[in-house]
Design a protein around this ligand. Structure first.
Ligand SMILES: NC(=O)c1ccc[n+]([C@@H]2O[C@H](COP(=O)([O-])OP(=O)(O)OC[C@H]3O[C@@H](n4cnc5c(N)ncnc54)[C@H](O)[C@@H]3O)[C@@H](O)[C@H]2O)c1
Length: 253
């Protein structure tokens, strides 16, 4: 296996489950030491045990990314342990299911705090360390819902993910002179705990799957591999981009 992240330190949010866990494990497989952050303490402990079994170092960190004051402490804990951060993966997210007519202000705020505002302020807390080393890679998980509408997901989910796409472009142009690349991924339908309920509902599932040209859902691993590509030197001239990884979903009207 290629080892693109030897002597590299990566901070991954949402690392207890699904896409974030797959990214954390793949980074470790390719040589990185990993700070695994999530509000699920037991989940990050489990991720870190798997990482240590691969012979890499891991720091489990329990955090609610919507508590913005905690984000600076998370970054400081990573620096105290490893001295540097080369890669930031913004992955933590929620997708509560309400409609435009039933969405409350609290739900709107909570979704934007976790899915968008935490990406902004965690990136801002990490950036000075990347600027100091003149090298950094930030990858954020947006969604195909940042581009098209899924009627069964709330309006706030769509606006938060569309925000991630624009935040990515904004950060990319401001941070490029400092040697930092910033990209995003727009996953389509991926088999994770977040989508378990939907996948159990055949009435929703059948038409959704039919819309995917590849006629299947994606695996977390298939998002992780693209995330590692974007964070690696293989993507040395890619910045400000959102790469949709969706089995062709966005090609259809
Ligand atoms: N699964 C899909 O089909 C899909 C599609 C497009 C985008 N995404 C995005 O991918 C990302 C990962 O989702 P997933 O599918 O792996 O879901 P998941 O539910 O398996 O993982 C999400 C993780 O985020 C963590 N998290 C949630 N709120 C948090 C908070 N306040 N503080 C810290 N951690 C928190 C959860 O504990 C969980 O470990 C999300 O941003 C999601 O919106 C998923």
């Amino acid at each position: 296996m290629v080892q693109r992240f030897v002597d590299r330190v990566a901070l991954v949010t949402g690392a207890a489950s699904g896409i974030g866990k797959a990214i954390a494990l793949n980074l470790a497989q390719e040589g990185a030491d990993v700070v695994a952050a999530d509000k699920n303490a037991a989940g990050v402990q489990a991720t870190c045990r798997d990482i240590e079994k691969m012979g890499r170092k891991a720091l489990p960190y329990e955090v609610d990314v919507a508590q913005f004051a905690q984000l600076g402490k998370l970054v400081q804990a990573a620096i105290d342990r490893f001295g540097k951060i080369h890669v930031l993966m913004n992955v933590a997210g929620i997708s509560p299911k309400e409609t435009f007519l039933t969405c409350t202000e609290a739900l709107w705020d909570r979704t934007h705090d976790i899915n968008l505002k935490s990406y902004m302020f965690l990136s801002q807390a990490v950036a000075p360390h990347m600027i100091k080393q003149k090298d950094g890679r930030i990858v954020s998980i947006a969604s195909s819902a940042g581009e098209v509408v899924y009627p069964n997901l709330g309006p706030y989910y769509h606006t938060s993910k569309a925000g991630v796409i624009q935040l990515t472009r904004y950060m990319a142009q401001e941070l490029a002179p400092h040697g930092i690349r910033v990209n995003a991924i727009g996953p389509g339908l991926i088999e994770t705990p977040m989508t378990e309920e939907t996948r159990r509902n055949e009435a929703v599932m059948t038409p959704l799957r039919a819309r995917v040209p590849m006629k299947r859902w994606g695996k977390p691993e298939e998002i992780a591999r693209v995330a590692l590509f974007l964070a690696s030197d293989d993507a040395s001239y890619v910045t400000g981009e959102t790469l949709f990884v969706d089995g062709g979903l966005l090609t259809l009207v």
